[in-house]
Design a protein around this ligand. Structure first.
Ligand code: KG4
Ligand code: ZN
Length: 332
């Protein structure tokens, strides 16, 4: 079975083709990051317009790369939410229309489900059930994943998402959007132990997270420093350490509390090398395993949408003729 997947929920237009016997056979994508950088964050209207500009050529590119004709495709999947409504509408209307024109089944996929299942595209793939740490620009959650569509929320952020905290903090420190990779790079020059930032919520029971206080603490530290390059790097390191530590502590708690033996990382913050190292140490100590998607499947991509769509279509689900788009769409 071959599924064409289309992602357009935020600032990446991405198209991929998943083949159930060969894996991902095409992956085309266009990032809008340079366009939004000028404004310090994603401008929704510009995002929608840019998706319309690239979506057709990316589908053509993916079809060419896979050597596929429309008759070789068995279904079309698209991101139906959550995300920016205008951006979602571009992908959903286009995917639904293409499926109608080609006479193929079509399915709207939850973007978060795409992230949750992305590690299953790897050779060393997790098996249900597992704990997922989903940390992206819009979401931070710990979820017990029991099977396709069987998701139990263990904890989530009460305010900013981890990626959002990285992005906002980076902006305060005068770094460009998206802030996560910039802070990670700068932290390499930071001196350990110069600052020690609070680890939010770790003394409270449960697996909820909160990053907005840490962001404020970081800003105050920056404003009361001499604002030199070395200060910036020291603060970036202290901030990254605090976020990573918190995520490691809460993930450990989730593994112990559920008794599950596999931790699966998902979402853009999962690309953070320090987080990966620390989770590796923690899971090894616990005698459990950690699984990651490759870096390009951590951030937004079409492969995870094609794969989630494949799983849904295989189980017999398909949508009616209506193109779906939901700005908010909880996993449950
Ligand atoms: O999953 P994603 O591509 O988009 C959403 O669905 O939100 O995640 C984007 C987020 C951004 O906030 C970005 O700053 C963060 O992931 N990110 C990182 C790293 N690479 C991307 N955060 C920390 N360290 C990184 N290396
Ligand atoms: Zn995402």
């Amino acid at each position: 079975m071959r599924v064409l997947g289309i992602e357009s929920s935020c600032d990446e237009t991405a198209v991929a083709i998943y083949d159930s016997s060969k894996g991902v056979i095409a992956h085309a994508m266009h990032t809008q990051i340079p366009m939004h950088q000028e404004y310090g964050g994603v401008v929704p209207e510009l995002a929608s317009r840019d998706h319309t500009r690239y979506i057709v050529s990316l589908v053509r590119q993916a079809m060419r790369e896979a050597g596929c004709e429309p008759s070789d495709i068995d279904g079309i999947a698209y991101t139906a939410g959550p995300g920016l409504i205008g951006a979602l509408l571009v992908g959903s209307c286009f995917a639904r229309s293409l499926a109608y024109a080609w006479g193929k089944p079509c399915i709207g996929v939850n973007h978060l489900e795409g992230h949750l299942l992305a590690a299953m595209l790897e050779e060393s793939a997790p098996e249900y059930p597992f704990v997922s740490l989903l940390v992206s620009g819009g979401h931070s959650m710990l979820i017990a994943v029991k099977g396709l569509g069987e998701y139990e929320l263990l904890g989530e952020t009460l305010d900013d998402a981890a990626g959002e905290a990285f992005d906002k903090t980076a902006k305060m420190l005068g770094l460009a959007y998206p802030g996560g990779p910039k802070i990670a790079k700068l932290a390499e020059q930071g001196r350990p132990g110069v600052y020690n930032f609070p680890r939010p919520m770790v003394n409270r029971p449960g697996m909820d997270l909160s990053f907005s206080g840490l962001k404020t603490h970081t800003l105050q530290t920056w404003l009361s420093s001499s604002q030199s390059e070395q200060d910036r790097a020291d603060i970036a390191l202290a901030f990254q350490d605090a976020i990573v530590d918190t995520l490691v502590i809460k993930s450990k708690r989730a593994l112990i509390q559920t008794g599950l033996r596999q931790l699966v990382i998902a979402g853009g913050v999962g690309a953070n090398a320090h987080l990966r190292e620390r989770l590796q140490e923690m899971t090894t100590e616990l005698g459990t395993q950690v699984f990651y998607p490759r870096l390009e499947y951590c951030t937004d991509n079409g492969a995870m949408i094609a794969y989630a769509g494949y799983q849904r279509l295989k189980s017999g689900q398909r949508d009616g003729l209506r193109a779906q788009a939901r700005a908010r769409w909880p996993l449950s």
